[in-house]
Ligand binder design. Sequence first.
Ligand SMILES: NC(=O)c1ccc[n+]([C@@H]2O[C@H](COP(=O)([O-])OP(=O)(O)OC[C@H]3O[C@@H](n4cnc5c(N)ncnc54)[C@H](OP(=O)(O)O)[C@@H]3O)[C@@H](O)[C@H]2O)c1
Length: 247
Amino acid sequence: MSRTLVVLGAGVGLGSSVAHRFGRDGFRIGLVGRRQHRLDEVGAGLRAAGVDCETFTADLAHPDVAAGLIGKIEAKLGGIDALHYGPLAGDQQFYAARSLDIATQQRLLDLFFLTPMALIAEVLPGMIERGEGAILVTQGLTAINPIPGLSGVGPAMAAMHNYICSLFSELADHGVYAGTLTLCAGVRGSEMYQRLHSRDDLRSSAPSVCPDDIAEVLWTMYVDRDQPATEYPVSDVAPPRRPPDPA
Ligand SMILES: NC(=O)c1ccc[n+]([C@@H]2O[C@H](COP(=O)([O-])OP(=O)(O)OC[C@H]3O[C@@H](n4cnc5c(N)ncnc54)[C@H](OP(=O)(O)O)[C@@H]3O)[C@@H](O)[C@H]2O)c1
């Protein structure tokens, strides 16, 4: 019987590549995002490649969607064997830490920490009962390496990174893998990448990587199951230094 992967945050960049990579190995795919037309686009590509998939619209900015969403997916696809969490809007904003307010940080905590926590709480009992399962979370560089002026997302992702590393150890004896992948480069073809490269004032010289290569890293994590945290490509950005005190 084929296994099921749910891609939470299924866009034209990494989400699509992860779905294709697991689909190639026989996984049935559940695609989750807010825009039906975007899910249809990704779904059409998968079906053309012979991959069985279903689409589900949900706004992952609200942790209370978890129970209903997982229920809907399981009703259509059966038990969930693997989950990839990686939503990112093309217009996602970053903030200077000193200007962050509680309401903004709460929204980011919901999307990048509390919703995935709630989703994991829904699928974990089934995975533990079956003695098999995988939880994969992809994040950005600021999850592990704070960058001045680019906060907000980072603190929320750092919490998730910490949580996944704890789960990795706690679940090892239950046959369930939890791992986090930190991307230290932009994702070529993603909406975020397209936005940054369509405007001269936003275009950056930061490195970028092909989403199919990232999906291959996630597949290797899934197969090997021996690391709680992986970086790709390996980060060479030094941690931020404290500015020198004024003389
Ligand atoms: N793109 C980059 O340059 C970059 C850099 C570093 C790290 N990453 C990591 O890579 C992953 C994303 O890859 P990607 O950028 O290539 O994206 P993608 O897989 O092309 O698309 C992600 C999808 O997430 C969906 N999404 C955003 N907010 C959502 C919400 N509140 N509820 C439900 N779905 C939501 C968006 O669809 P809807 O708008 O239709 O909901 C979007 O299509 C994330 O884990 C991100 O942290 C990306």
